[in-house]
Design a protein around this ligand. Sequence first.
Ligand code: 5GP
Length: 120
Amino acid sequence: ASADRGGSTIFDKIIAKEIPSTIVYEDEKVLAFKDINPQAPVHVLVIPKYRDALTQLSKAEPRHSEILGNLLYAAKIVAEKEGILDGFRVVINDGPSACQSVYHLHLHVLGGRQMAWPPG
Ligand code: 5GP
């Protein structure tokens, strides 16, 4: 995993549909698509379409509060669409110690199996 260089990432190409993805939900602000390396039967990534220099949650500022809410609400819509409202997990990996690999803010929505706690 590379550290945050503030540049574009593979997610910009997914937003631009220059590389294909399986889209689960999309509106004017957020895009949700299936993770290419799923860690659960349902594993969807929810990302802001306009990166607005928000590479990771720890860089958020007050102006980002609306998109943060939009992302979390989209996670609920994804869980509903994927049929996992009975039990699912939303994860943000922030920084190298948390295994963040793509520096474009994203929520992981995971479900379809029993989750362990603590996550490890
Ligand atoms: P992170 O480790 O940064 O929290 O999560 C990045 C996620 O993006 C990983 O789960 C990885 O599998 C996923 N990913 C990386 N490249 C692609 C891609 O090209 N397409 C899709 N659908 N997912 C990707």
